[in-house]
Design a binder for this molecule. Structure first.
Ligand code: PEP
Length: 248
């Protein structure tokens, strides 16, 4: 059976010290669970200042990690931005792109996200590319249209043979405690799968994100084409994060 992916989005939380504590605990706890990394792939997305701490402690382990955002160029006069090349030099293998908080609060447009995805691929890294509808779009019956348009624009010109992880995160379910129903997740994931296969993507995995908790993880994981989760709140503590992973 393919491994399930459990990606932790810590957002703007955790000092480097707290990030270190999390990774040390995670290593200790997963060591006690036989075959944990045969069933689960873990990816941590710390905030930029904690990336190096996570990198140092994850060296030589099966725990993957990367930044929550990058700029669309590697270097230059871009004060305040973060470089994918630097993230790579810190041994990141993944980049989180297009989280709804980036799209909404920081007004990142599909064209910006597309540049970030292409740059990520050029560096040989893997995008965890986020898409999802807001409440108004869902209520207007536009969920699939919105998600497919975000995919189409965000992935334009990409190399389809490289590994790609897409995270479907309905915006109304992120950090709200309102999880999408099994039917809602199943409908979107089936459509995303069909679309990506028909477009010739060779290696795509689909994550669901939005108020995933230990008590709803098992039923969500059973849905076709749910290959894992992108987790915010419940990934801040090792205990709840592992309770979710252990549903794999
Ligand atoms: C997220 O930040 O991507 C997320 C899904 O958050 P939460 O799990 O808290 O809803």
């Amino acid at each position: 059976m393919a491994k399930k992916i459990f990606a932790a989005n810590w957002k703007l939380n955790k000092t480097p010290e707290e990030a270190r504590e999390f990774v040390i605990n995670l290593k200790n706890e997963t060591f006690k669970i036989e075959g944990f990394f045969d069933k689960c792939e873990v990816i941590l997305f710390p905030s930029a200042f904690s990336l190096e701490a996570v990198s140092t402690l994850c060296a030589g382990t099966a725990i993957g990690f990367g930044p929550q955002n990058i700029y669309s160029q590697n270097s230059g006069a871009f004060t305040g931005e973060n470089s994918a090349e630097v993230a790579k030099s810190l041994r990141s293998e993944f980049i989180l792109i297009g989280h709804s908080e980036r799209r909404e609060i920081f007004k990142e447009a599909d064209a910006d996200l597309n540049k970030k995805h292409l740059l990520t691929q050029q560096l040989g890294l893997t995008s965890v590319f986020c898409i999802g509808e807001n409440l108004e779009q869902r209520e207007a019956g536009k969920t699939l249209e919105v998600c497919l348009a975000q995919l189409e624009k965000g992935l334009q010109g990409a190399n389809k043979s490289e590994r790609l992880i897409v995270a479907y995160e309905p915006v109304w379910a992120i950090g709200t405690g309102k999880v999408a129903t099994v039917e809602q997740v199943a409908e979107v994931h089936q459509k995303l799968h069909d679309e990506l296969v028909s477009k010739g993507y060779a290696s795509v995995q689909l994550l669901y994100g939005g108020s995933v908790k230990p008590d709803n993880a098992a039923e969500l994981l059973k849905i076709n084409y749910v290959d894992g989760f992108l987790i915010g709140g419940a990934a801040l503590k090792v205990e709840s994060f592992l309770q979710i992973c252990n549903k794999a």
